[in-house]
Design a binder for this molecule. Structure first.
Ligand code: NDP
Length: 493
């Protein structure tokens, strides 16, 4: 029930992304609270406007060339033609406009007051808007998400970040991607599928740090065999616009064959003149191993920081952590009792469905009078590489540190692509507690692994044992049937 005798609102939400919008809608629609929400950019936030949704549509777009080639082996007279970036990009942007409208309508339908403005905190109950207005609320929820960051490197602004990809005037001929996380690996595969020459530098020994080693190893192997020039143990140390370099070493013939030749680079500079940032011409790059190369474009996929700048949070006593995140307790409450925070701005588990759950738990706690901590255990997720990785629970390495385990794993050429002559492999893996036989982790590398892990994740979350997996009859012929037919452990410790 609303009680706005003292304040303008029961709840004021800052940030119109997936988490903030869900919390606002539920507080207003289910609990009858009077809610205001401020968003200074587009409604839908990172996931809808510049993350998961446009990325997944690009994943679909990038898969068609290989599908067309495979179809030929299945008897179809289909030839992959050129990719029309403008046609696709315009359609993509229309879809994002439609989704943004849906988000706005959902808020309107729930009776939430929208403010298209930047919001900062004046005190524990007062929000100041960039329009000059001030609003008071009994509770304030900060759901401002995060933003991509470039490394601290001279000329780093010559590189683009993931937000920029969806607006490119044209696709580059060659790109260097820096980083080895979700975004770097996903865009390496997407852009390769769209016909871009992709080079990727990752500073560590193996991409996708933190995931199961066998699974990340297969992703790296698949990316390389798909033609991505992946260099591990390598980072960027210098970069400059090729046109601005008056002197210095030129790339060698072998370097030029991997990027573009100096002549080609000059031609491209002319073509790109006047194009947007990130397309200002070929970029010269020097790497930690001393190599020098030229790329049309550089993408920094070097992580994301929580978005808290200029919001006056610390000034009113909210604790900010080492990575710039808002520090919250298990109920998403900050050090200032009337202020809560959810989603990427808290840097807990940075995934859209988690932010939505945190928003739901917040409304239940504050408006439903039912204190509800968020369960961050055994969250399944997928990396939309080519092939995809789906994962839930512990990696073999983490599980082994905790207890003795049995590892069940199989890797094979799947029927569909093997028929077409491909040597690509998939992987199905279960990490099992030796003592309890509970499945501690499930890791899948395969086409559509994201869809598979959603379902396997239910069993793992329920605490299913290896025997219960085995009692489940196989669905034949599928790739995932291997998850219920692996009889003997490949490793045991
Ligand atoms: P990640 O933190 O996953 O990866 C950042 C990468 O950049 C790491 O490989 C890191 O190396 C490297 N890096 C960081 N700083 C530097 C530097 N100064 N120089 C060179 N390399 C550097 O971030 P992402 O941006 O890929 O993704 C952000 C978050 O977004 C993820 O945590 C994920 O939760 C979410 N996301 C989820 C997706 C999904 O669910 N499919 C898709 C995309 C994003 P190192 O490993 O050595 O630290």
């Amino acid at each position: 029930m609303s009680d706005t005798s003292k304040y303008d609102y029961d709840l004021f939400v800052i940030g119109g992304g997936s988490g903030g919008v869900r919390a606002a809608r539920v507080a207003a629609g289910e609990y009858g609270a009077k809610v205001g929400l401020a968003e200074h950019d587009r409604y839908g936030g990172t996931c809808v406007i510049r993350g998961c949704v446009p990325k997944k549509l690009m994943v679909f777009a990038s898969g068609y060339a290989a599908t067309a080639e495979e179809a030929q082996c299945y008897g179809w007279d289909i030839k992959p033609g050129p990719f029309d970036w403008h046609g696709f990009r315009d359609r993509l942007n229309s879809e994002l406009d439609r989704l943004e409208d849906v988000y706005r309508s959902l808020l309107d339908g729930s009776g939430v007051d929208k403010f298209d403005a930047f919001a900062s905190l004046e005190d524990a109950h007062t929000v100041k808007l960039s329009t000059g207005e001030t609003k008071t609320a009994k509770h304030i929820l900060v759901a401002t998400g995060g933003h991509p960051v470039r490394p601290d490197l001279p000329n780093a602004d010559l590189g683009i970040v993931s937000d920029d990809i969806f607006h490119l005037e044209k696709l580059p001929k060659s790109i260097l991607i820096i980083g080895g996380g979700y975004i770097a690996c996903e865009f390496a595969c997407i852009l390769k599928g769209l016909g871009v020459e992709v080079t990727q530098y990752y500073r560590g020994a193996q991409i996708l740090r933190g995931f199961d080693e066998e699974a990340r190893g297969l992703i790296a192997e698949s990316m390389r065999s798909n033609g991505i020039d992946l260099h591990t143990g390598t980072n960027i140390v210098e970069m400059a616009l090729e046109a601005d370099r008056n002197e210095g070493p030129q790339p060698t013939a072998s370097d030029a064959s991997m990027g573009a030749s100096v002549k080609q680079a000059e031609d491209m500079r002319v073509q790109n003149d006047g194009a947007q940032a990130g397309q200002r011409g070929p970029i010269w790059v020097k790497s930690t191993n001393g190599g020098e190369k030229i790329f049309d474009m550089v993408l920094f996929a070097t992580g994301r920081d929580p978005s808290t700048k200029g919001m006056g949070l610390e000034e009113i006593g909210i604790e900010i952590g080492r990575r710039g995140e808002i520090v919250v307790d298990e109920y998403s409450q900050t050090a200032v009792p009337s202020v809560y925070a959810i989603g990427d701005v808290t840097d807990r588990v940075n995934l859209t469905p988690v932010a939505i759950r945190e928003g739901m738990a917040f409304t239940k706690t504050v408006f439903g009078d039912e204190p509800t901590p968020v369960d961050h255990e055994l969250i399944a997720s997928a990396i939309f590489t080519q092939p995809e990785m789906g994962t839930v629970g512990m990696s073999e390495e983490d599980a082994r540190e905790q207890e003795e385990i049995d590892v069940y794993c199989t890797s094979f050429r799947p029927m569909q692509s093997a028929f077409a002559g491909s040597t690509s492999r998939v992987l199905m893996k279960l990490v099992v507690s030796k003592k309890t036989q509970v499945v501690l982790g499930c890791h899948i590398v395969a086409p559509n692994a994201g869809e598979m892990i959603q379902l396997a994740g239910i069993a793992v979350k329920m605490g299913a044992t290896k025997q219960q997996f085995d009692q489940t009859c196989a669905v034949h012929p599928t790739m995932s049937e291997e998850l219920v037919t692996m009889r003997d452990p490949v490793r045991t410790s």
